[in-house]
Design a protein around this ligand. Structure first.
Ligand code: ASP
Length: 439
């Protein structure tokens, strides 16, 4: 049994957090490969080391004063080293970093130093070997990530050690220059390491005890999700429930390795298991409910639309030409509507309306703005009668008007459109009918 453990920035923000992390790692001998992020925020007002590094580099590379920010960064690491009573000296590393900043070696190099230095500290603290991600995470000269080459490099390198610390977030191009994944990319590194060593589990340690059935900013103290499938997760993340970097799913999913989201501050909580498939039923029929505001609907009416072959294609082509992706397309006999993101649509609305007029000569094109979409997601919905009825009854009791309904063909989700102003109440009503009443 071998586990890859990734720790996010808030789990490594201070010496106190590092101590919790060490206790977690040493309590389970199968936790053998450790992926650290850079130190994150110690409290709500703090600044992440990665953000300080971006700021510092920006100043250094444009000839402005950067020394104060650099010493703030250094102080963050020195406080951790001191708090852990390590005899580690980062003079050499900081000298090199400063030289490289002045030489303008690149923004991504700058950002990556948070993970690099945190990896050195973590390796020293745990007594594990340190493996620089620049040697094993590979990008091509244009900056595109190379998954297969990386897999091979990681496999070879990690076969020579039993334990190691590999910093997250960055890798290197063939010429050695440093490249990073997008923000939050240490999740991706963890997933790549898990794939390469055929880990039994990828544990992703953060500051929440996994996914929750609903957004805690809307529902008080929502129930946790014990097990979620990759497909359910995709539906919920698309609607804004974010804990993991999107690109971290693919490498482990391909190998059938589950991800366990865990809380560094509550290590006894089981967290959420993300799996390909499961026979475990979710306790509440629904696995989760999430949503987003800011959509609008373009409603097109034309008598005998149903007999006009190619009508839908012509309408959608107008959106395509204007480079607008659509979310849903509910239709009636003589009417169809296309739901789009309001922000993408607004600046192009007149071009779209005239395009539709030219393409299909409708009787009316109407716009409805300020809509919210809510996804009710659950693998158990397929086998349960009355899920939709319960959603609609709950919304009707809460006096919420439903503007759109769409059930995915996999019966994994039901999407509901409501007015932006009804969004929070709708989420609460759906949560109550499935979860509160079941508890
Ligand atoms: N430190 C990087 C960021 O703040 C990467 C990570 O934490 O995953 O985005």
């Amino acid at each position: 049994m071998r586990k890859v453990v990734k720790f996010g920035g808030s789990s490594l923000a201070s010496a106190r957090q590092f101590k919790k992390v060490k206790a977690i790692i040493t309590s389970d001998k199968t936790r053998c490969f450790v992926i650290p992020s850079a130190p994150g925020k110690r409290d709500a007002k703090d600044i992440k080391v990665t953000d300080l590094l971006y700021q510092c580099y920006e100043a250094a590379s444009t000839g402005q004063s950067y020394k104060r920010t650099l010493s703030l960064i250094r102080k963050r690491f020195e406080d951790i080293i001191e708090g852990l009573e390590l005899s580690l000296n980062l003079d050499f590393e900081f000298k090199k970093i400063e030289e490289n900043f002045v030489k303008k070696v690149g923004r991504e190099y700058a950002a990556s130093r948070g993970e690099y230095l945190n990896g050195i500290v973590m390796a020293e603290y745990l007594g594990f070997p340190f493996i620089d991600a620049a040697e094993v995470i590979c990008f091509d000269q244009d900056g595109s990530f190379l998954p297969e080459k990386t897999n091979e490099e990681l496999r070879l390198r990690l076969s020579t050690v039993k334990q190691a610390v590999i910093p997250g977030f960055y890798g290197a191009k063939p010429d050695g220059s440093i490249t990073t994944f997008s923000r939050g990319g240490s999740d991706v590194t963890g997933s790549l390491v898990a794939r390469a060593i055929h880990a039994d589990l990828y544990e992703n340690w953060t500051d929440v005890s996994g996914f929750l059935v609903a957004d805690p900013r809307i529902v008080d103290n929502p129930a946790p999700i014990g097990t979620i499938t990759y497909r359910e997760l995709r539906e919920l993340s698309y609607m804004g429930a974010s804990v993991l970097h999107e690109d971290s799913i693919f490498p482990v999913r391909k190998e059938g390795i589950p991800i366990n989201i865990r809380n560094t501050n509550r290590p006894d909580d089981p967290g959420t298991m993300i799996v390909e498939n499961t026979t475990k039923k979710s306790p509440f029929t629904i696995t989760g409910v999430a949503g987003k505001k800011g959509f609008c609907s373009v409603i097109i009416d034309k008598a005998m639309m149903n007999s006009e072959i190619g009508f839908g294609r012509k309408v959608l082509e107008v959106f395509e030409k204007n480079n607008i992706s659509f979310e849903h397309m509910p239709s009636g006999i003589d009417t169809m509507s296309v739901l789009v993101h309001q922000d993408d649509f607004q600046e192009k609305e007149q071009a779209v309306i005239s395009g539709i007029n030219r393409a299909v000569h409708p009787e009316v094109v109407e716009l409805e703005s300020d809509l919210a979409l809510i996804a009710v997601v659950g693998r158990s919905m397929k086998a349960n009668r009355g899920t939709a009825a319960r959603i609609f009854a709950a919304l009707s009791h809460a006096r919420i008007n439903i503007k759109m309904i769409d059930q995915g063909s996999s019966e994994l989700n039901i999407i509901i459109g409501v007015a932006n102003d009804d969004f929070e109440n709708a989420i609460r009503a759906i949560y109550d009918i499935f979860v509160t009443t079941a508890l």
